[in-house]
Design a protein. Structure first.
Length: 1272
């Protein structure tokens, strides 16, 4: 390269120089990265360089029809092909007359005796010379320039010989440098041998790169092994492994084990921090992986000590991840004429990918759908190609499409073959083109379509149980819901009992087993719910019309019906019925309408008392057919109100049973929802609303859980080897460690031995008064996060792999979160393909004539007065919102085991059913419907699609959070969950998000509000970088962070003059949330959280911070006291009483500690004279006493003569200066942590003194008045 840059070479030795593109590409492959970059700059963008008669030509021989050579065959070396290209080009150049007659070709080579040189001499009479010979023949002797150029030529030749000697073949046979970027992988035979040895240090697993630090990854080890996961640090150790690859990793000796950097520090990540750098400037970036680590971290990770974990390095790629990725080529990184570029993936866990294209200009600043092809050992980046252009960054639809691609969610239209299976007829034509039926996305078709005039086929009526005239069926769904797949009914029987029915849309009638529509629904797996749209699993003709249980429409259903005791609501034995039905939904209500009915008001009335909440969102006067939320006639409202009250009682009955078995309640009182009216990122039409959890949500969820568990038991009995179940294994390892440690910070003990003890511990923590509502929300959220993922399984596969199956263990199918022995998904076939499978299996179980009677009946030895109790370790529930309201089902317990029997149903011959299309041959032949060899891979596929749908929904929420906070900068309270060396991680209950808060920048300088530290502003500097987003933050160079490395429970900020502030686990702080969309490029910007304050003691809220929560707490307490047998005695640190001067005492805690919460009529009568006497005293002139008020709501009123009220009244009467001085000191001590500055402390002292003086003056006046009255 140095020779080409010397002017003397062209001026005296080579005025005309021809360089073939094939030779240049070979030089780029051989040259070091620095020289390769200089070569590109030398030849970039110009085919001819002319300077004063000196010409250098770059001839594109591989782009000329006469000089192009075919790509090398599989067994042909690259060097051989390059030689053929040079020979063919020079032959064409000489024979076509491109040279003057007296001109001669001089071929410069390192070896004049090699095969190519000999062929050129023979073919075109070329002169083959070395570089040194060429220069010596053409340059004057004894010249300084000659000596310098000869030295350069000799050094270059020596470097080339050394480089060639160092080159070795890699694992694929390609020749690479022995000093390549990465170590060669083991050959396949070596990997297979190493993995087969039980004592081998080589293990296999999936590579999972950390979302917090892309330089850290874990390999989840497959199969039984002493090590569950192996830590891999840095790109070199990952050795070309990409997130999601299945790799072989070799364990390092214990002396080389490391401590993950993310365990100690918040990893600084700047948005697109290296997007604007070109490839050659980062070829060795991973060689400097440790450059930006603080010295403290370097020493700690290199030392063997506490906190180190098994560490390894990748030695082979077993299989590449087949998924697509989304990446962006930043225009500023590409020069004109380039045919390659580095694409930056949206997912920061992935490395940049080298793309090559002849139309690169069309790809710049676009979201691209790419595939990673290969990764050579001597390359810093993998090679890939793009398969599609999604659009420009910043457009909302582009970003949504990008996150769908990143999470492998399909948004393509339905195929023609699938649409051909739709039940179109002359009476009910389907306009596939005009109605956009092929589109799966609701954003690409009309929001509402007119319902088809479909009628129930006459031949199908006698094959089903007709409930249209005998049962009042209704549904409860979110407002605007179109895919209504569940309804319920309740009615009194002549014998006084109650018949409960759950009716589910009969999707299997319209989707025939094995049809093209069935296969497409199976491939999609589930409906995906995003903000403002959904991607349907089935065409809208079915999901939003024919299958949906719309109001005042005849629809097919699969029903489960129980007979319940009229008083206790216990299931009557031998009474459960399964079968196909015909129903007519009399009202498709919303949750808000049902709630109003239960409150005794008009379901369609606007709730003016709760403006701003979701209850105020009553349906408008205009209602579209086919959408939940239509107006309900007043005469019908009273009937439905009665039904809802019975259903509510049934739900409460199930809830009390669940509570007696230790049901795990991780419900949230509020849920964040987005409202959308936006087309571009950066607009301000995205709003966040809060959806309250109503009792009707839990009631409907209880009924669905009841149906799911009943059907699951039925399937296991009928198909013990291939029933599709929903299994939730218990959490393994130390997943609850963080939860236990967080609770310990408030002196609360969490026993996570099993789910029963976990629920009892959480309940005790909530009652103890040590946890406010925000902290309890954190603990519950964390408990949900650490649980393993529920999955679909085949009963036969579980039994085969479970050793407990040999001794008849009935808990091997258990759902840990729900506390059920058997559970499945039956109630949502419109949006989950798993439910379609369960429907077919259920219908097969009741349609098989040869099924023995013992499988159809479940006869208990005695009458069951209450649901069976599960083992205590399988008895909790999880109550949590997911994609839609019905996903309460996945996280809510119902411990009710019903008694199963098939009541008489219409007898239908097999041929008649098949002819009518009611039950096809596959359904009747249940043993061959989904055999184990088909159900096992199908269940894995459904697990994958379900996981992808949840990840896509979560990514969509993150996108809209970024969109919302780009136009709304808010300050909210947050709770510290983990402390690091340079900041901490917080949980924001209002938005249910976790994010880092930095206190120190990359250079190690503390940046925070100086008032929190007591530092004068004049001693600080303006904030820099992202810290400048908050006005109160300043750079404090003289401050330092002191982190408790061992306990990790405190983080102290220390400044000169002994000024300091301390942060502890579970401290409440105030953070500012924002997002800068102007910085968006290759990736969606992350939220920025900045510390702007400490929580004041006067702002802390205790448990039961809202009326609805208080009602729930009091109701639970009342029910617990009315059923003392159901209350478990668990040792905990809950105090039995609260002293009058306890700083934790408040009205809600006093209510909880009251002996009785529901006063009887007799006690109220006895209290009346005393109350009148007290009221008379208060009305006497001169009597001034401010005591506690009386709380009245619902059917509950506080007992005004309880001991705590006397204590409060006594305190108001006996106030004194000494007492107020004690309270003043106590208040100041409690608030001192928040008042860190001297000014705030002095102001608080002055205010306390003024209050004390006022109270003392009031006491003096009271004494004078009493003496005056006594004297009279």
């Amino acid at each position: 390269m140095e020779l080409l840059e010397e002017e003397a070479l062209f001026a005296r030795a080579a005025p005309r120089l021809l360089v073939l593109e094939s030779v240049l590409q070979a030089a780029l492959r051989l040259a070091p990265n620095r020289d390769a970059s200089r070569l590109r700059k030398f030849f970039r963008g110009e085919d001819q360089r002319t300077d004063g008669g000196v010409s250098v030509y770059l001839f594109p021989d591989q782009h000329h029809v006469d000089t192009f050579v075919e790509p090398m065959a599989m067994d042909e070396l690259q060097t051989v092909r390059d030689d053929r290209a040079v020979l063919k080009t020079l032959e064409w150049y000489v024979t076509r007359g491109h040279l003057p007659e007296d001109a001669k070709v001089v071929f410069m080579t390192r070896d004049v005796d090699n095969a190519l040189s000999v062929q050129l001499v023979a073919a075109v009479n070329a002169q083959a010379v070395t570089c040194e010979t060429f220069l010596m023949e053409r340059l004057p002797k004894h010249s300084a320039d000659t000596a310098f150029l000869l030295e350069l030529a000799a050094n270059t030749a020596e470097a080339l010989r050394y480089e060639e000697a160092q080159r070795v073949p890699d694992e694929n046979g390609n020749v690479v440098g022995s000093q390549a970027e990465f170590a060669p992988h083991l050959k396949p035979a070596q990997l297979e041998e190493a993995l087969a040895q039980p004592s081998s240090r080589v293990v296999a697993g999936k590579l999972e790169v950390s979302t917090n630090n892309p330089m850290e990854a874990y390999v989840l080890v497959e199969g039984p092994h002493a090590v569950e996961k192996v830590f891999v640090y840095g790109r070199l150790a990952m050795n070309r492994g990409v997130h999601g690859d299945r790799v072989a990793v070799e364990l390092l000796p214990k002396t080389h084990w490391r401590v993950p950097q993310s365990d100690r520090m918040l990893v600084h990540y700047t948005q697109d921090e290296d997007e604007h750098e070109h490839e050659h400037e980062h070829e060795h970036e991973h060689e400097h992986e440790h450059e930006h680590e603080p010295e403290s971290v370097k020493s700690e990770v290199d030392e063997q000590g506490a906190g180190t974990i098994p560490t390894g390095q990748v030695v082979g790629i077993l299989s590449r991840s087949p998924r697509y990725h989304v990446a962006t080529v930043i225009a500023s990184t590409v020069n004109e004429g380039d045919d390659y570029a580095l694409a930056v993936p949206m997912d920061q866990r992935l490395p940049k990918v080298r793309l090559r294209s002849q139309r690169l200009d069309a790809l710049l600043d676009k979201r691209l759908k790419i595939v990673i092809d290969s990764w050579a050992a001597d390359s810093s980046y993998p090679n890939g190609h793009y398969v599609g252009i999604l659009g420009a960054p910043g457009r909302l639809q582009t970003e949504l499409s990008a996150l769908l691609v990143d999470n492998e969610v399909e948004e393509a239209p339905f195929s023609e073959a699938a649409l051909a299976c739709l039940p179109s007829s002359d009476e009910c034509p389907i306009d596939i083109e005009g109605g956009c039926v092929a589109e799966c996305s609701t954003a690409k078709r009309p929001s509402r379509c007119k319902l088809l005039n479909w009628k129930v086929p006459e031949e199908e009526i006698p094959r089903r149980r007709d409930l249209r005239k005998t049962h009042r069926v209704f549904s409860v769904d979110p407002h605007g819901c179109q895919d209504i797949d569940d309804a319920m009914s309740i009615r009194r029987l002549p014998n006084g009992n109650v018949e409960l029915g759950v009716h589910i849309a009969d999707v299997s009638y319209f989707v025939k087993h094995g049809s093209a529509l069935d296969l497409e629904g199976r491939r999609r797996g589930t409906t995906v719910y995003l903000v403002g749209q959904r991607l349907d699993m089935l065409p809208s003709v079915l999901s939003a019309d024919l299958c949906s249980l719309h109001e005042n429409r005849d629809r097919f259903a699969v029903s489960v019906m129980w007979e319940l005791d009229g008083e206790t609501y216990d299931v009557v034995e031998n009474s459960t019925w399964f079968g196909r039905t015909i129903i007519r939904n009399c009202s498709s209500m919303t949750y808000e309408q049902a709630h109003r009915l239960l409150q005794g008001v008009n379901a369609d009335a606007n709730d003016s008392l709760r403006r701003g909440s979701t209850l105020a969102q009553s349906p408008s006067n205009e209602h579209f057919e086919g959408v939940a939320g239509g107006r309900i006639p007043l005469p019908l409202q009273q009937d439905i109100r009665d039904d809802l009250r019975i259903l509510t009682d049934v739900g409460r009955r199930l809830g009390r049973t669940r509570g007696s078995q230790g049901g795990l309640d991780l419900s949230k009182q509020e849920e964040v929802r987005f409202s959308l009216n936006v087309s571009e990122l950066g607009q301000e039409d995205v709003e966040i609303t809060v959806k309250e959890s109503l009792e009707i949500h839990g009631t409907i969820a209880e009924l669905m859980i009841f149906a799911n568990s009943t059907v699951a038991r039925r399937l296991v009995e009928r198909f013990p080897t291939h029933a599709l179940l929903r299994q939730h294994p218990p959490p393994s390892g130390d997943r609850f460690t963080q939860l236990v440690q967080l609770a310990k910070a408030r002196d609360v003990v969490i026993d996570a031995t099993n789910n029963f003890t976990l629920q009892q511990s959480l309940s005790a923590a909530e009652r103890s008064g040590r946890m406010d509502s925000k902290t309890m929300s954190l603990l519950k959220s964390l408990a949900v996060r650490v649980m393993t993922e529920a999955e679909y399984v085949s009963s036969g596969a579980v039994a085969a792999r479970d050793a407990a199956a040999t001794n008849g263990d009935s808990t091997r199918f258990a759902h840990y979160g729900l506390g059920l022995q058997y559970y499945t998904h039956f109630t949502s076939p419109i949006r989950r393909y798993a439910d379609v499978i369960v429907h077919r299996q259920l219908l097969a179980s009741i349609a098989t004539p040869s099924a023995p009677q013992s499988l159809l009946l479940q006869r208990p030895a005695a009458k069951v007065s209450a649901p069976q109790q599960l083992p205590k370790t399988l008895a909790p529930s999880v109550f949590e919102n997911d994609e839609e309201d019905e996903d309460f089902l996945d996280d809510l317990i119902s411990s009710v085991d019903s008694q199963l029997q098939l009541s008489p149903a219409p007898i239908v011959e097999k041929d008649e059913k098949v002819a009518g299309g009611g039950i096809d041959e596959a359904v009747l032949d249940g043993d061959h419907l989904f055999p184990p060899e088909e159900l096992v891979p199908l269940s894995r596929h459904l697990n994958k699609k379900n996981r992808q749908a949840k990840l896509a929904a979560h990514a969509c929420d993150e996108l809209f959070l970024a969109l919302y906070f780009s136009s709304h900068t808010v300050k909210v309270p947050a709770i510290i969950t983990a402390l690091k060396q340079n900041g901490f991680i917080v949980y924001v209950p209002k938005y249910d998000l976790r994010a880092p808060v930095y206190l120190r920048d990359k250079t190690g300088v503390v940046q925070m509000d100086p008032l929190l530290l007591g530092v004068r502003i004049v001693d600080t500097e303006p904030a820099t970088g992202a810290f400048a987003g908050a006005e109160c933050i300043r750079r404090i160079p003289q401050a330092q962070l002191v982190w408790d490395d061992r306990e990790r429970e405190t983080l102290e900020v220390v400044a000169p003059d002994d000024k300091r502030t301390v942060f502890n686990i579970l401290d409440e702080v105030e953070v500012q949330i924002s997002c800068d969309l102007t910085a968006s490029g290759a990736r969606v910007p992350q939220l920025q959280l900045l510390l702007v304050g400490r929580a004041s003691a006067t702002r802390k809220k205790h448990i039961a911070s809202s009326l609805s929560e208080l009602q729930r707490v009091v109701q639970n307490k009342s029910e617990a006291e009315s059923n003392p047998s159901t209350v478990a005695n668990v040792e905990c640190s809950t105090p039995s009483s609260i002293s009058e001067d306890s700083s934790e005492a408040n009205l809600y805690q006093l209510l909880l500690n009251a002996p009785n919460l529901t006063p009887s009529g007799k006690s109220l009568a006895r209290r009346k004279p005393a109350l009148e006497e007290e009221e008379g005293k208060k009305k006497k002139p001169g009597f001034k006493c401010r005591g506690p008020g009386r709380l009245v709501f619902g059917n509950f009123s506080t007992n005004s003569r309880r001991h705590y009220q006397h204590k409060l009244a006594q305190y108001m009467d006996e106030r004194s200066e000494a007492r107020e001085e004690e309270l003043k000191i106590q208040r100041f001590a409690n608030g001192s942590s928040a008042m860190t500055s001297a000014q705030e402390a002095r102001r608080a002292e002055r205010e306390a003194l003024v209050r004390t003086q006022k109270l003392a003056a009031e006491k003096r006046h009271d004494r004078i008045n009493r003496r005056n009255k006594a004297g009279k």
